[in-house]
Design a protein around this ligand. Structure first.
Ligand code: FBP
Length: 704
C-alpha cells in the first residue's frame, strides 16, 4: 500500500484496474448474468403469436366466483401458438401501440426481473414504440400513481439478477371499492392497455378482481405465478397439470439446500451440534420437502404429514371407552416433540450426538391446537377492528393489554353462552403458552389477513418442548451416547485397567456384537454409577470411581446443543438458477402474448416445466375458476386455492421411504447429499426442482 498521506499515490492506487476489480460492485459472475440470453419456447421465435382455447381442461367453478367475476369466469385455458405468416388483422392487432404497467406484489422471488425483461423484449419486438411502466413498491405504486418508465438501459442492468430491486415490491392489497376506484382512475390516467401483476395466490386473486373491475374500460389484467413457497401449482379438475410450480421456488430451495448441506459437513465434523433449520413456506411445506430431497438431512418435518397423522393407539383406546377422541387426529405439539426426541436419542445411541433437522416455517399451522388458536384470534381481531372501526394492535399495544382483552372475552362467554369464540378453556390453554409465543400468535396479520409465520420463532417453541422431553428421557436413562467398544477397551487398557472387569457392570450390552456400547438405563449420574460399581463389588464402598471410568461415563452423557438457523430472506434474494431465469423470461413473453391477443383475467404460465426445456409450452390459465372460499381476517373470502404437499405424490413417497436411511441411526455413515452452490454455467446448470422431476418420473411409471 502506498503512503496513505500521499493523496496522489492513494488516488493512483484506487484507480489501478487490478484494485478496481474489488472496489466496484461488478464481478465476472455479474457480467455473465447480465449477458445471458435465456432460451425461449419455440413459439416465441415466430414474429407473431395467437391464442387457441384448449378445451381439454375443465374446472370446478365455485358459485361465489361465478357471481363475483362474471366477465372473466368463462375464460378457458389458452395455448400460445407461433404464427410465421400472420394475416393483416392479427399482425396489426399484435403490433398495436400499447402501454403496459407491471407491478410486483408480495415477497421477492428470484426471476422477477426476467419477467419484466421477457415482457419488455416481446413488446418491443412487436412494436418498438410500446411503453412499459413499472409501478413502484408494489400495489401501492398503482394506488399512489408512483411509477417509472422502464427503459432498455434499466432492463439490461437487471437481467438474470435476483431480487425485485428494479421497481421494489409491497404487500398492499387492492381490496376495497375505494382502492379499486383509485386503481382504475390511475390506470386510465396512464392510458394503460394492460396491467401485469406478478404475485402469489393473493396477488393473482387480486389480479382477477382487478380484471373484472377494469373489463369495461378495456384494460386487461394478467397475473404471473410468483412465490418461493411453491404453493401456486395449477391442475384442472381431472388432475391435468397446467402450472407445476411458481417461479422462485427452485432458486430458493437450491440456495437453502446449499447452506444446509454446509451445516451437514460442519456438524459431522465437530460432532457436537444439532442444527435446526427453519425454511420459509408458511402454508405449505414444499420448500422443506425439496430441501430434504436436495440435502438428505437427518430429519425433515413435513407439515401436511403431521396434519394427516392419526394416532391409532388413541383411537383404539377411545373406541374401547365408547367415546370419540378428536385429539387423535393430527399431530399435537407434544407428539411432535416426542418424534424428534426419539430420533435424536436413536442417533445418540450410535454415537451421533449431532445432526440436521429441517422444519417448515409454517409447521405450527399444521398442529391442530395451534391452528385453532390462529383461527380464533384472527376472528377476534377482525371482529374487533370491524365493530370499533379501529385497529386492535393500536388499541392494545402490550401483550398484557391483549391478554387482558382476551380474559374479558372469556368472562363474557361465561356470562353469555351464545359467545363461543373465546371461552375460559381457551384462555386457560393460552395462558400455558410461553409469553414470546403468545405474543407471536397475537402479532398483526399481513394485509391479506395471513398469519405472519416468519415473525414467530416457531423453532423456539418446538425446541423448548424437545429440550424438556430429552431431559425427561435422560432422567429415565433412555437418552445416552453409545461408545465404541474398541475405544472403551483401549482407554481403560492405557490406564492399566481391565475393560472386562468394568464393562459388564457399566454397559447393558457389553458382551454382545453391538457396534456401540450403551450404559445401563439405571446409570444416569456419577452417583448412580458409584452405587452400581459398589453393588457389583467392583469398587469398595469408600473408594472413588477410577478417573478413567468417570471419563468414559461422562462421554456417554449427551449434551443437547443446538444452533438455530432461519433460511428465507437469503434464498429469496438469490440470483435465479438457470431454471428460474429461463422460466421467468418465458413467463414475461407469455404475458405479452396474452395481452397482444386481448386476454384478461388470465395467468401467464408455462406447461411441462417438469419436462425438458424443449417440451415447455406457454399458456394462459383462467384465474377465476381457480377460486374458492377461505377464511381470511376472520371472514370467508374468495381466493385462489393454495396447493399443499400431496402426501400421495412420488416426491413425498420417496422421502417417506428413505428418511429412515437419512436419519442414519445406525453405525454406518450419514447420507448427506451435496447439491453444491447455484451455478450459472457448467453441468448442473439446467437442473430443476427434484420434487418436480420425481413426480414426473412417478407419473411416467404409473405410480402417481
Ligand atoms: P409470497 O407468498 O408473497 O411470495 O411470500 C412468501 C414468503 O417469502 C413466505 O415464505 C414468508 O413467510 C413470507 O413471505 C415473509 O413475509 P415478509 O416478507 O413480509 O416477512
Amino acid at each position: 500500500m502506498p503512503n496513505t498521506n500521499d493523496e496522489d499515490g492513494r488516488t493512483a492506487f484506487l484507480e489501478n484496474p487490478e484494485v478496481q476489480q474489488f472496489t466496484t460492485p461488478f464481478t465476472s459472475d455479474f457480467h455473465e448474468r447480465l449477458n445471458f440470453a435465456p432460451p425461449t419456447c419455440e413459439v416465441f421465435s415466430a414474429p407473431v403469436t395467437r391464442l387457441e382455447s384448449d378445451p381439454q381442461y375443465e374446472f370446478h367453478i365455485h358459485p361465489a366466483s361465478k357471481a363475483a367475476l362474471p366477465h372473466i369466469i368463462g375464460n378457458k385455458v389458452q395455448r400460445v401458438i407461433g404464427i410465421d405468416e400472420p394475416d393483416a388483422n392479427l399482425k396489426n392487432n399484435y403490433a398495436k401501440n400499447r402501454s403496459i404497467g407491471i407491478v410486483f406484489s408480495g415477497g421477492p422471488a428470484p426471476g422477477g426481473h426476467n419477467v419484466i425483461a421477457g415482457l419488455f423484449d416481446a413488446m418491443k419486438k412487436a412494436n418498438p414504440d410500446n411503453r412499459l411502466i413499472g409501478f413502484i413498491l408494489g400495489p401501492d405504486g398503482i394506488l399512489e400513481n408512483d411509477f417509472i418508465e422502464l427503459t432498455q438501459e434499466a432492463i439490461d442492468a437487471h437481467r438474470n439478477l435476483g431480487g425485485f430491486s428494479m421497481i421494489k415490491t409491497g404487500r398492499t392489497k387492492i381490496d376495497t371499492k375505494e382502492k379499486m376506484a383509485i386503481a382504475r382512475e390511475n390506470c386510465k390516467k396512464l392510458n394503460l392497455d394492460a396491467v401485469v401483476i406478478v404475485g402469489g395466490d393473493d396477488s393473482n386473486t387480486n389480479a382477477a378482481f382487478l380484471a373484472q373491475e377494469l373489463f369495461d374500460d378495456g384494460i386487461q389484467v394478467i397475473g404471473v405465478p410468483k412465490t418461493i413457497d411453491g404453493d401456486i401449482q395449477v391442475k384442472d379438475k381431472n388432475g391435468k397439470i397446467l402450472c407445476a410450480m411458481s417461479f422462485g421456488f427452485h432458486t430458493a430451495a437450491r440456495s437453502f439446500a446449499c447452506n444446509i448441506s454446509n451445516l451437514c459437513s460442519d456438524c459431522s465434523s465437530d460432532v457436537k451440534y444439532w442444527h435446526v433449520c427453519k425454511v420459509m413456506g408458511r402454508v405449505a411445506s414444499h420448500l422443506a420437502l425439496e430441501v430434504a430431497l436436495q440435502v438428505h438431512p437427518n430429519m425433515c418435518m413435513i407439515g401436511e404429514e403431521m396434519a394427516n397423522y392419526i394416532d391409532t393407539e388413541r383411537i383404539k383406546k377411545a373406541n374401547a371407552e365408547g367415546i370419540i377422541d378428536y385429539t387423535a387426529y393430527g399431530m399435537t405439539l407434544r407428539h411432535l416433540s416426542r418424534v424428534i426426541c426419539n430420533a435424536i436419542a436413536r442417533r445418540a445411541a450410535v454415537g451421533k450426538n449431532y445432526g440436521v433437522i429441517v422444519i417448515p416455517e409454517g409447521i405450527l399451522e399444521f398442529i391442530n391446537e395451534i391452528q385453532v388458536f390462529i383461527i380464533k384470534l384472527n376472528t377476534i381481531i377482525a371482529d374487533y377492528n370491524q365493530t370499533h372501526d379501529t385497529d386492535f394492535h393500536a388499541d392494545f399495544v402490550t401483550l398484557d393489554e391483549k391478554l387482558d382483552y382476551l380474559r374479558r372475552l372469556a368472562r363474557f362467554s361465561r356470562e353469555h353462552s351464545s359467545f363461543t369464540v373465546w371461552n375460559t378453556r381457551d384462555d386457560d390453554l393460552f395462558s400455558d403458552i410461553p409469553a414470546f409465543f403468545q405474543e407471536g400468535l397475537l402479532i398483526e396479520r399481513d394485509s391479506h389477513g395471513n398469519f405472519q409465520f416468519s415473525q414467530v420463532e416457531t423453532e423456539k417453541v418446538v425446541l423448548g418442548l424437545v429440550k424438556d422431553y430429552l431431559k425427561i428421557r435422560q432422567e429415565q436413562g433412555r437418552y445416552k451416547i453409545g461408545i465404541k467398544p474398541e475405544w472403551f477397551r483401549n482407554t481403560l487398557k492405557k490406564e492399566g485397567l481391565d475393560p472386562d472387569y468394568y464393562g459388564s457392570v457399566i454397559f447393558g450390552n457389553y458382551n454382545t456384537d453391538d457396534a456401540f456400547l450403551l450404559t445401563k438405563e439405571t446409570l444416569i449420574s456419577l452417583k448412580t454409577l458409584n452405587q452400581e460399581l459398589v453393588r457389583a463389588k467392583v469398587i469398595g464402598k469408600n473408594d472413588d470411581i477410577p478417573k478413567v471410568i468417570q471419563r468414559v461415563f461422562l462421554a456417554t452423557i449427551p449434551k443437547f446443543k443446538t444452533q438455530v438457523h432461519f433460511y428465507g430472506y437469503d434464498g429469496r434474494g438469490n440470483d435465479p438458477t438457470w431454471f428460474d431465469s429461463t422460466y421467468t423470461y418465458n413467463l414475461g413473453q407469455t404475458a405479452f402474448s396474452l395481452i397482444a391477443n386481448n386476454a384478461t383475467g388470465q395467468m401467464a404460465a408455462v406447461k411441462n416445466l417438469e419436462k425438458s426445456f424443449s417440451e415447455w409450452e406457454p399458456i394462459g390459465i383462467p384465474i377465476a375458476p381457480l377460486m374458492h372460499l377461505e377464511e381470511r381476517k376472520g371472514k370467508l373470502a374468495l381466493v385462489i386455492e393454495r396447493t399443499v404437499v400431496d402426501l400421495e405424490s412420488p416426491a413425498f413417497k420417496v422421502v417417506e421411504a428413505i428418511r429412515e436411511k437419512w436419519l442414519a441411526a445406525d453405525p454406518g455413515p450419514d447420507q448427506y447429499r451435496k447439491p453444491g452452490p447455484i451455478r450459472f454455467a457448467g453441468n448442473s446448470v439446467d437442473s430443476k426442482p427434484i420434487s418436480l422431476t420425481l413426480n414426473n418420473l412417478g407419473r411416467k411409471s404409473g405410480i402417481a
